[in-house]
Each structure stands twice: as structure tokens, then as C-alpha cells.
Design a protein around this ligand. Structure first.
Ligand code: SF4
Length: 322
């Protein structure tokens, strides 16, 4: 089994809630990420799933230091990213790239796509100016785009092509880890499949490691080898894809899986409908955060936070009943 490329230990990210006015003061905290731990092995695709507001995107942004952590540790290749020199961090940055759901928002409409893809190479001083165009052309081809796209502007591309541009911008830096945050959510189903296939072929070719963040378990099923399920900033279950889909243990995971449509009309799956909405992360429920919506909640669940416990090979569940 390969070693961990990434280790996230007891990560917390709290956002302060402040009053407005002349003298601002902190009156509370939104616990977007609340003490989560996981590992990603070199060459694997780890999926992070959960409803909107579960904190999964904040995990990704904290890992590449787009936002600072509140507590905990993030290690990349054994190096603590929050406790290393500026020079070392600068060297590591190209190796960890983030791809967003909407690459269009991060592209300057007045900058040609070739320049947008190549600029990071120059920023990081990775190649001489004279070599940038060749690198861009090579990366465009890898991402299924043509050489004539190099001089086009972002508005001339379709949604799927823009996501290919987003992938090319990350890929040109020769990263080892790509964090893809809902990269196919805004695309049509047929285009989603093409982009997922592109992620897969790039992984085979380049030996990439992915953290794939999505609210859609059926998308994650196609790409990920291991999956973590988040709810309200906490990790509820982690397991291999096969284990999670065949033998889910946490009531929240079971509810998420029951909502996936089955393509065969004759087969019916009993849908578990969760009561209520996801609670306010500024005021999360006591004990197990899922107890307000869990059909099996006990009195104990309101009082005691369940620990993430091993229930079999590489399968971890945070539930008092398991
Ligand atoms: Fe439900 Fe209790 Fe398990 Fe939480 S700990 S998922 S409330 S049974």
C-alpha cells in the first residue's frame, strides 16, 4: 500500500461572527471544519462528499492555504504546511493545485487562454519565457484542446472546454496533488462523463493524486477509490468506494446513498428522507451533530460526540450504534 501523500490531522477551521458598527466584536463562530482527520495515499483519488454547508470546500481551501486553519495539522509529503519556511512553501505550491467549479470566474475575460494557462509557469519561474508557448501547447493537447485555442478568449469556449482550461492551468505546473472542488457540478451529464474520463486518463499518465470534492455521490462513485462523508464540519464515515456503496454503516451515508437514482426502472430503492434541514453551523447540535435528523437517535447521541472508529479494513464510522 502506498504511503500517505497528504495527512490531515484534527483540522479545524472556524470563521468568526462579528458585530457591525464602529467597534466590531466577535459574538460567535461558524465551525465550518470541526476536528477532521484523513489521509490520501499517493496515486489514489479520495472523494469528499456531503451536502452544501458540510465544510468540504473549506477543507480543500485550507489545504492549499487559500484560507488559514484555526487548529490542527496538514502535511504534504511529510512537511507540515503551516509550520515550514516561506521558501519551502513556495517550492511546494505548484505541487498542490486547486480546480474550481467555475473556472470562468477565475479567468480574466481580456486575457487569451494561452497566456492565462502559461502565466503560472512564469510566476513560479519554472521555465524560460521562450519555452512557455510550447508547454502551453503540450498541456492543451493533454487536456483535449486544440492548438488554435491558445489565442482565443474565455468567452469563446463552452462550459466543458472551460473546465478543460481550468485543468490545463493546474496541470501545466506538474502538480502531484489536484484538489478538484465540484469540478463537474455545473456541467451537463454527457460533458461530466468526458471530464471525469479526462481526470482518469491524466491520473494514469501522470500518476496524479486527487482530492475530489462533490455533493454528488454518483459522480464520486465513478472516480474515487476511497470516500469520506462529511456532515456539518465533521467526518461521519470513511471507507473504500466498494465498502461504502455495498456496506454503508452511518445513517447519514445510508440516507445519501438512498437518494441516488437507479438507472433500471424495475428496481426500486427505498428512499430515506431526512427530516428537517441541515442545522446552523454557528450553533451545531450537541453530541452527534446528526442527531436532529437521524431516525435512530438515542438519548446518548444528544450528549456524547461519537468517535470515528475502525469497523473493518480501512472503514471508519462515527456513530454510537455501530
Ligand atoms: Fe444517529 Fe446516534 Fe449514530 Fe448519530 S450517533 S448517527 S444520532 S444513531
Amino acid at each position: 500500500m502506498s504511503e500517505a501523500l497528504v495527512e490531515v490531522n484534527h483540522l479545524k477551521k472556524y470563521f468568526p461572527i462579528t458585530t457591525t458598527g464602529l467597534f466590531t466584536r466577535t459574538i460567535g463562530q461558524v465551525k465550518a471544519v470541526d476536528n477532521i482527520s484523513f489521509r490520501i495515499r499517493a496515486g489514489e483519488t479520495f472523494g469528499l462528499v456531503g451536502e452544501s454547508g458540510s465544510g468540504k470546500s473549506t477543507v480543500g481551501r485550507t489545504m492549499v492555504r487559500l484560507t488559514d486553519k484555526t487548529d490542527g495539522e496538514i502535511k504534504f509529503k511529510g512537511i507540515d504546511l503551516y509550520n515550514t519556511s516561506h521558501a519551502e512553501l513556495r517550492e511546494l505550491r505548484p505541487k498542490m493545485q486547486l480546480i474550481f467549479q467555475d473556472p470562468y470566474s477565475s479567468l480574466n475575460p481580456r486575457v487569451r487562454v494561452g497566456d492565462a494557462i502559461g502565466e503560472a509557469l512564469l510566476d513560479h519561474g519554472l521555465v524560460h519565457k521562450s519555452e512557455v508557448r510550447d508547454s502551453v501547447l503540450e498541456t492543451l493537447a493533454l487536456c483535449g484542446l486544440s492548438s488554435y485555442h491558445i489565442d482565443k478568449f474565455p468567452h469563446e469556449f463552452s462550459g466543458g472546454q472551460r473546465q478543460r482550461i481550468g485543468i490545463a492551468r493546474a496541470l501545466i505546473l506538474k502538480p502531484e496533488l489536484i484538489i478538484a472542488d465540484e469540478p463537474v457540478s455545473a456541467l451537463d451529464v454527457s460533458i461530466q462523463a468526458q471530464i471525469i474520463n479526462l481526470f482518469r486518463s491524466l491520473q494514469e499518465e501522470r500518476g496524479l493524486t486527487y482530492l475530489f470534492i462533490s455533493h454528488d455521490l454518483s459522480v464520486v462513485e465513478h472516480l474515487c477509490s476511497r470516500i469520506g462523508v462529511m456532515y456539518l464540519g465533521s467526518m461521519m464515515e470513511t471507507a473504500s468506494r466498494d465498502d461504502l456503496f455495498r456496506n454503508p454503516q452511518h445513517p447519514y451515508t445510508k440516507a445519501l446513498l438512498s437518494a441516488i437514482p437507479i438507472p433500471i426502472p424495475k428496481l426500486k430503492r427505498e428512499r430515506i428522507v431526512l427530516r428537517g434541514d441541515i442545522p446552523n453551523p454557528a450553533n451545531p447540535p450537541s453530541g452527534c451533530k446528526f442527531h436532529t435528523r437521524c431516525p435512530y437517535a438515542l438519548e446518548l447521541c444528544k450528549q456524547q460526540i461519537p468517535e470515528l472508529r475502525n469497523v473493518g479494513s480501512d472503514h471508519y464510522v462515527a456513530c454510537h450504534l455501530v
